[in-house]
Design a protein around this ligand. Sequence first.
Ligand code: ADP
Ligand code: MG
Ligand code: MG
Length: 907
Amino acid sequence: MPNKYVYYFGNGKAEGKADMKTLLGGKGANLAEMTNIKLPVPPGFTITTEACNYYYANKKKYPRELKKQVEDALKNIEKDIKLKFGDESNPLLLSVRSGARASMPGMMDTVLNLGLNDKSVKGLIEKTGNERFVYDSYRRFVQMYGDVVMDLKPKDKNQVDPFEEIIEEKKKERKITNDIDFTSEDLKELVKEFKKAIKKETSEDFPDDPMEQLWGAIGAVFRSWMNDRAIVYRKLNNIPVEWGTAVNIQSMVFGNLGETSGTGVAFTRNPSNGENEFYGEYLMNAQGEDVVAGIRTPLPISQLKKAKPKIYKQLELVRKNLEKHYHDMLDIEFTIQEEKLYMLQCRVGKRTGYASVKIAVDMVNEKLIGEKEAVKRVEPEQLNQLLRPIFSTKEKEEAVRDGRLLAKGLNAGPGAASGKVYFNSYDAVNAKARGESVILVRIETSPEDIRGMNASEGILTSRGGMTSHAALVARQMGKVCVAGCGTLEIDYLLKTVKVAGKDHLIKEGDNLSIDGSTGEVIVGKLQAKPSEILQVLIDKTMKPKDSKAYHYYSAFMKWVDKFRRLKIRTNADQPDQCENAVAFGAEGIGLCRTEHMFFGGDRIDAVREMILAYKEEGRRKALDKILPYQRKDFTEIFEVMDGLPVTIRTLDPPLHEFLPHTEIEIHKLARLIGTTVDEITYKLHALEEFNPMLGHRGCRLAISFPEITEMQARAIFEAAAIVQKKGIKVEPEIMIPLISGDREFIAQEKIIRKVADEVMKEKQINIKYKVGTMIEIPRAAIAAGKIAEHAEFFSFGTNDLTQMTFGLSRDDAGSFLPNYLDKEILDRDPFESIDTEGVGVLMKFAVSEGRKVKKDFKIGICGEHGGEPDSIRFCNELGLDYVSCSPFRVPVARLAAARAELTKNTN
Ligand code: ADP
Ligand code: MG
Ligand code: MG
């Protein structure tokens, strides 16, 4: 059997279906699915992603079988709708559309009205009696084909689109402003001029043969998979190049046939706030991407209800059927040809974090989905969006009263952003690199702008609706976005923006604030304030019942906690941080860094005195001064944690980090501790190391100076005694950093247990506690079995473990690691997401060695990775007991842990 590269859909039956995205791409699979559920889809066929992969693996040649399969499918379309491709009297026109597995909005190219030439144009005019429509279609075809297939497009950001230039020229000549006002004669001339320009620039004739046109377009779709935009987009979204794109070839339906025709895009619910309402935009007498291109301002769907009730009814029915069938909110593209509705695309709709949570909760209540499914619906980063800042109402009101409200656009991407204005992607990226917060201001965005959008806090456009490129991409990136702010007059050359009748002239680099939840654009900088969820949970400035956002958040998080296995702890070393973390749902502290406490108030003086002491006796004297501070810190933390486990790490960083470095400080310190400047300077030099991260730090310090561990252990146990006497449960877990083998651990453990016994005896109390260790040196992971014979728990310190496994200094990697990512030597930054092939293998080994010794050995992770969803998934698969992350990541980690468990690989 020859390989099957072509899948047909039409006439109520399709060879593909929704779950065949890998092979057919998202668009192709859903066109097939919609056909199968009897929605009105113009017939067509999909060329598989396998054909694309073949194309790239074989020097851009098509598979041998493809030609015949395409021709057969084409005949099928002809039969289904009784038109003929290339026919001079009854021509079939096609659209050629790309469609990868994951949606890549506007990244790749579409050609419409393919099959037209000077002859079929005549036939079509005769058949429709609508000359303007035919030339409008022809004009669009030549323009798209010239751009997409023959590559006549602007070569850099300052060049204007060659076709747009010709159109503008013609508009001036004819004294009109809208495309819609062109006569058929104008359009006919445009076709000629377009073809001339193509010939002039490319030295190639525009192809008349429809078959040649078709193969040209198929090749262009395949090639577009490797264009610059697509590559950047894939990188940003971790889409592998191996996926390839499918090509969809479909018979055309025409939205440009006059006032009973049109085209639109819609969401089955509001993608911005999640309301259960039909939401979208349409334009009558329009084709293709007119709606999203921002050339004409589209009308809201609600208007269609009044203007064309018959069409609206068809749409409303499709909306209901689609949600019932897909059990999700969908994003649809449709065309109306002479009052009849056709579906051209559907896919699961992108939505803001808030909408995502609300729709998931609502759909559970509407019995469209179950609780587990709801949890799977919300991406961890979307939940994070819900926690993002908003402007303080008061400050904003003041700004408005001061006349600083510049304009109001569409609330396309919620959240509050304030920053300096830049007008193109290039400048935005550079400003971000300088450390500035950027607001990217564009007339409209195109895929070329994604680098700049990614570098910005917020995006502001003057054209385009809620489904414009800017809005779509911003929502996906989780950026604040105000779109379609029509009153803005943006001048790219002068790099200014103003509003007619207002005094403000905003120049490049000026501060601007945008509220993506309301659409307001405000001159100057505004302070952002915490989201409602934070106001309820953290600041307690809002009551739970007053916040709708909190209502949905808490309903959702209840389900999240039902389905996760991993416990979530937090990395915190101050009582207030601990309190926040608990409010976010932390179930303990996974890492309390004692050294952070050394800096508060005048404690640092005692710490320095300790470091500078020559003898044990001097050190002990200084340590005695530190003890009460540490005891107080621990007491407060134990109280806040109220019985939840608290893991405290003994001193970790190299000592020089605590020492003074400026002349003045050294003088002050000398006076304070009664020594000379020379002495201190000498000691500073003595402590200098070539490789401090691999030097005298972690348990190595405590091996040299056991009295440090003694003091810290005493502070912990005395604090525990105090708290326990107040009737609060406490169970400290003391964690030794940076061991490489069992003997370091044994030496430290002995000290800790001795102090524990002393304190318990002194205070006449019994304290439950554990002594465990970090696993952060590769050797410790390898020797984990031996270590586990003594330690009571492990916690992976994946920052150091990554650094040492790669032999890569985290503090120096910034200068070359980005290059590794660019050149795809590494897929991801290993400091951001656990390197499962290397570091992960060590972790897996350590887990299995540890649990060979003690079956229920407690193991967690406390590196930065503990808050990163993919790493959390990995930790869940390893069977760790908990992950620990910063307080504000706790909700995200809870969700990631639940999703990891719900979608766990069970084989
Ligand atoms: P994208 O992937 O960028 O959304 P599409 O392949 O969906 O690109 O094509 C863009 C637009 O072209 C569609 O939204 C639709 O309006 C129009 N289009 C595509 N195919 C057809 C068709 N068969 N008939 C009419 N219009 C079409
Ligand atoms: Mg497109
Ligand atoms: Mg589309």
